[in-house]
Design a protein around this ligand. Structure first.
Ligand SMILES: [Ca+2]
Length: 173
């Protein structure tokens, strides 16, 4: 096959079919390579639908009104669930009658998750006591809870549609 290219003088039609077959084969291989890349979800960025919505968060279960509720809003697992690592929004909300309420506007449609804790001492850290067990109450969207640490983003994940106002309740404990 390689030697044919040497005799490439006045006979252009001779090499042409082989070239086009090689080009076609290369294209098929490229398509296969691209297809196998697309089916690797851990590295591929997730497609989000167009549009925005609004999320209304009711938080319940606060045992007193000291300090504030620290709310962290995430669109993916990047930084989850650390309030200081949220790329989208982190804010504090006052507590009244064991409850707190927040509205998050202009949220891109698609997956999201929320982490909340009762920052009683106002140090922006989830207090922990003996054996590292949290001493301040906390909770996550979708009622996600894990015995041995924070739940994964996927466990707390909810979906927002474009134009939707979604009301969620997070119970801290
Ligand atoms: Ca704290």
């Amino acid at each position: 096959m390689i030697t044919y290219s040497r005799s490439r003088r006045p006979s252009p039609g001779y090499n042409a079919p082989m070239t086009s077959i090689i080009q076609r084969l290369a294209f098929v291989l490229l398509a296969v390579a691209l297809a196998s890349c697309a089916s690797a979800p851990p590295t591929a960025p997730e497609h989000r639908p167009e549009g925005q919505g609004r999320v209304e968060i009711t938080m319940t279960g606060f045992k007193n009104a000291e300090g504030q509720a620290l709310v962290a809003f995430f669109l993916d697992d990047s930084g989850w669930p650390d309030p200081d690592e949220s790329i989208f929004a982190t804010f504090t909300v006052p507590i009244s009658d064991g409850r707190a309420f927040a509205v998050v506007e202009d949220v891109p449609a698609g997956p999201f998750a929320v982490s909340v804790f009762h920052d009683e001492d106002g140090d922006r850290e989830l207090g922990s006591g003996a054996l590292g067990i949290p001493s301040e109450a906390y909770g996550f969207s979708a009622d996600a809870r894990d015995m041995f640490g924070p739940p994964a983003f996927e466990e707390a994940r909810l979906e927002l549609a474009a134009g939707e106002t979604k009301q969620i309740t997070i119970r801290v404990k």
